[in-house]
Design a protein around this ligand. Structure first.
Ligand code: SF4
Ligand code: SF4
Length: 370
């Protein structure tokens, strides 16, 4: 193999290359930008041929860019008889290209700017902790990982999630001011990702449990860390599961506004969690939350994952616009989701959209008017 990291992915690559492309209509990227090389089959084939040395392994022909044309949404896996791990394989291919200096500029920038991203995340979480009069350092059985996108770009929603956790966990919580390193994994910096995972692990101190707000971070901790043998030694719980486990504490909020729940890819397909957020919203509003026609594991992607907004911003925005158009065509109202990146994308498309954290904090009596 000319791309050695992909050796362990040979079977997945061959499965796709010799497949009749059953998943071709599933991919949000090739649906938004119809090119054969952007279908899951096309992207896996490019990685396969690059790994065999059949196309320029230095990436001079641009073939490498197809590895970054993936939001990591797992939707192709749902239509695949083999449940082939396309997203993970393409993310490994990114690492090969990055090592050769053949990654797209956007991905290289993510790696170069990671120290700044780390500092900004650290400062943003500290500011939320100060406001909540909680700690980022005290010994605490339960630590909360908000997620860097919440902390940096959605501080209001991050604050809501932090308040809700502090109200739902007896004895209080500590906020983790580290990044899990997922941006490095998505960019293709596998060594940097490992280093950051170990740093994250060291930051946990005596914590016995981590409650994770962002589903992408939770999936990283649950799947990607064990895959590279980083054992956190703590229970990794989801914020929506914590809320669902305490459902009796959630007070009803009267609303006539139509609400529609968008399943985040990392939560629904990545972690298989579809019902707890629905149960929480039904408890809070006193009725079942509205649905997209494509929902749960069949939900369409928001275009926000896998660094696509950085490597293919127009395509990412088109995917988000398609999802918002579905929402409008199915009656409109307000979208509720549980994913920082999706929330930002929907709002950028002009949609009224909330994070489930805001509804949970409000139902627990927290002031959420800012
Ligand atoms: S993901 Fe599955 S259905 Fe899609 S091309 Fe690969 S093997 Fe075929
Ligand atoms: S994981 Fe999603 S974006 Fe990536 S190839 Fe599969 S369907 Fe397309």
């Amino acid at each position: 193999m000319h791309l050695p990291v992909l050796e362990s992915r040979q079977s997945a690559l061959e499965t796709c290359v010799f497949c009749p492309k059953l998943c071709r209509s599933a991919c949000p990227v090739s649906n938004a930008e119809p090119r054969e090389t952007l279908t899951p089959w096309g992207k896996m084939s490019m990685a396969y041929f690059a790994a065999r040395g059949n196309i320029d392994p230095e990436g001079r022909d641009g073939a490498m860019e197809t590895s970054w044309a993936c939001t990591g949404c797992f939707k192709c896996r749902e239509s695949c008889d083999h449940r082939n791990p396309v997203a993970g394989t393409l993310f490994d291919a990114r690492a090969e290209w990055m090592e050769r200096g053949a990654a797209p500029d956007g991905a290289k920038r993510v790696v170069e700017r990671f120290p700044l991203h780390w500092q900004e995340t650290h400062d943003a979480v500290n500011a939320i902790a100060d406001r909540l009069a909680t700690s980022t350092s005290a010994a605490c059985e339960t630590s909360v990982l908000l997620g860097c996108t919440y902390a940096k770009r959605l501080p209001v929603e991050a604050h809501h999630a932090a308040i809700a956790c502090s109200k739902l966990v007896p004895g209080g919580v500590r906020l983790i001011n580290e990044c899990c390193g997922a941006p490095l994994r998505m960019a293709g910096d596998s060594q940097g990702f490992r280093t950051q995972a170990e740093r994250f692990q060291a930051s946990l101190g005596s914590a016995k449990r981590v409650v994770v707000v962002d589903a992408g971070c939770a999936r990283t901790l649950r799947d990607d860390y064990p895959a590279m043998r980083v054992d956190l030694g703590v229970k990794v719980d989801l914020f929506v599961d914590l809320a669902a486990a305490n459902i009796a504490k959630l007070q009803q909020i009267a609303t006539d506004e139509p609400l529609r729940y968008h399943d985040p890819c990392q939560l629904a397909r990545g972690l298989g969690v579809t019902e707890p957020p629905r149960a929480v919203m039904a408890q809070i509003t006193g009725k079942p939350v509205g649905e997209f026609d494509d929902n749960r594991r069949a939900a369409n992607c928001s275009g926000a994952g896998g660094l696509l907004p950085i490597t293919m911003p127009k395509v990412a925005s088109k995917i988000a616009a398609n999802r918002v158009a579905e929402h409008a065509a199915q009656g409109g109202g307000r979208i509720v989701t549980a994913c920082a990146s999706s929330l930002l994308k929907f709002r950028a498309q002009g949609a009224q959209a909330d994070d489930i954290a805001t509804w949970i904090a409000r139902s627990l009596g927290a002031e959420t008017t800012e």
